[in-house]
Design a protein around this ligand. Sequence first.
Ligand code: F6P
Length: 546
Amino acid sequence: MSSRCDQTVAWGGLRGHWEAHGRDLDLRTLFAQDPGRFERWAIEAPHVFADLSRARWDVATGQHLLSLARECQLEARRDALLSGQPINHTEDRAVLHTALRAPKGQGPQSYAVHAVLDALLAYVEQVRATAGGTEPGCITDVVNIGIGGSDLGPQMVVQALDAWVHPKLRVHFISNVDGHDLAPLLRTLRPQHTLFIVASKTFTTQETMANAHAARQWFLDQGGTDIARHFVATTTNVEAARAFGISTTFGFWDWVGGRFSLWSAIGLPIALALGAKHFKALLAGAHAMDTHFAQAPLERNLPVWLGLMDLWNRNFHGHSSHCIAPYHQGLRRFPAFLQQLVMESNGKRVDAQGLPLPYATSDVVWGEAGTNGQHAFFQMLHQGTDVVPVEFVLVRRTAHRDEATWSPELRSLMARQHQALLANGLAQAQALMWGKTAQEAARETVPTASKVMAPDVLAQHRTFPGNRPSITLMLEQLTPEALGALVALYEHRTFVTGALWGINSFDQWGVELGKAMCKDLLPRLESGDTRGLDAATAGLLQRLKG
Ligand code: F6P
């Protein structure tokens, strides 16, 4: 089995198709030629409906891509992932985040997983039972101290599921080594009512340990007395947590990658916020997507199609980024979460044998919740010189936390706001695809337009090229189940893309060099020693010192 997709027969077919007409595919023509295009490119997966009809591909592209998937033995690679083979070959590790959400008794590692899950959920229910109480030890504020995968996933989920959060618990996330993250929060906390979670797979990460030490010092300074009760750890390094003075720890395993870890003990802040029932629902939603990924034929397998689209967009259309536009304010950290998931996983430059790849891998993932993004960067998406595919996430029904207490008038105003949100999302996808010709622009009367500029020149400024690709993912409601499925969908898609490219999506050596250099520079900031440093680093260090 070749690990290089460009060495397959199918790649040659795809290249021929690209050169013959793939590069010229025009969305408006494709829709005009095929009235069934929407249905053809609609895929139902658990909790997620996907409209892929506005990707710039056609039926022939799809056939070539499926051949590529088969020739790259995608199904065998998927099965190796799901069965716990050590596919993270640079670290000799299995990759088993799917085991974290499998029902008891199913799949690898079930006993270990459910032993921790049961203990964690029992602890969660105990904390929640007295949450908001006035007695010392009753918790009002949970502070998760972690970074990267020990922060982004839990933070994103707690924000997204605001409607399900315990009304008497505030859950905070502190990640940055910059004390401007922790300091303002400390002003609002009371030690006897605060629970700190030190979340770190390794329990050695500089930022997390710095914040954990500062939090512990603050706790003691404020007269806090029971560290064992007010600090817990979620980690694979239980000894280090004990050495820090934490006796309550929830463990996980080296086969859980940081960016795939929100389903493990790292999900403790989620479970505290939502409670056992809803945390289990999150896991169940993810498991439903795992089952779809494992069992649906390639032709109807949503993560597979999204991975194939990534390859088509990156290696053939040459798109260097894609934009995530969730039309739900609760999903405002979803783009940040996906940045780590996708770019830390697939930002790799060598194949399994360590040989440089001749094709591009991870693009840049970025984005912002709609409609805010429309008033910031959508100008560039519509009229800029780069084409950036957009992924719209629309949620059909709202889940407002305080709905029950609203007057009928307020309820109706909020319902109208939701319709406006959805209409905006639909409109942006439509505008990207259709664009506006110079003739159409010239026919319009626009009060704010220049009265002195020649009308045909003005029309050029007001022209939209169109034919700009997007996809739309739709959820019925942003419930714990649906969010679990959505996140698992993106996890599997990231795996598929990496598997097609023949890279290891599960290591992250690229973060090591900067960490090591930081270790060297930290004491130099005190001492001012610039020996052996390049001129730029030395010059800057001297200006920063003291
Ligand atoms: O940024 C590198 C990284 O190792 C991520 O992969 C990880 O999620 C993050 O640091 C935090 O690591 P830890 O959970 O060990 O503190």
